[in-house]
Design a protein around this ligand. Sequence first.
Ligand code: SF4
Ligand code: SF4
Length: 193
Amino acid sequence: MEPLRGGKLVNRLPEEAKKIFADYKIQRTPAQWAFRWLWNQPEVTCVLSGMNSSEMVQDNIHTASTVMVGELGPEEEAMLQQVVQAINAKMKVGCTGCGYCMPCPKNVDIPGTFAAYNRRYAEGKFWASVDYVICTALRKTSTAASNCIACGKCETHCPQHLEIRKHLQDAQKELEGPVYKGIRKVVEKLNAF
Ligand code: SF4
Ligand code: SF4
């Protein structure tokens, strides 16, 4: 399930990871590499992936029908490990944005919070704060991480087995500073009219 991490392994790869693929002697798309890695695992008998076009279906069928278990050699494995390191270096929480943890009974925007939190480490605090304000504060009802009551419901649905409650606390500390709280107060006053 989610073999391409909600499309992130294709559409939102860090530049460093793209460069590793581009410099490798065998040229394949990131999706082809990801599926090849999966079909290389003896434990994997089924890959459930969302596809948006007949070309994607054909490409994925081609990969599935041409890769055998044990096909990837040590050199290819090493290259893929470099890609993994490049991705992890830019990611604080391994959230794919799939939304399976939603809805939250306290309206916390879990994927939106983690997207902003990850952006804080990939691109700096300013744009992360803008994202977080837009997705949690500029709403009639707050969807902030600080609304979490730690009931744990979300964690039972997360295919990535993330410690959502702990990560939300970390994100709250990072993203809900005095400016954020001030903006939220203004929004609440405007909503009251
Ligand atoms: S643990 Fe927090 S974020 Fe998760 S469902 Fe409960 S209130 Fe919502
Ligand atoms: S926290 Fe888990 S279930 Fe929720 S969006 Fe992220 S990966 Fe998906």
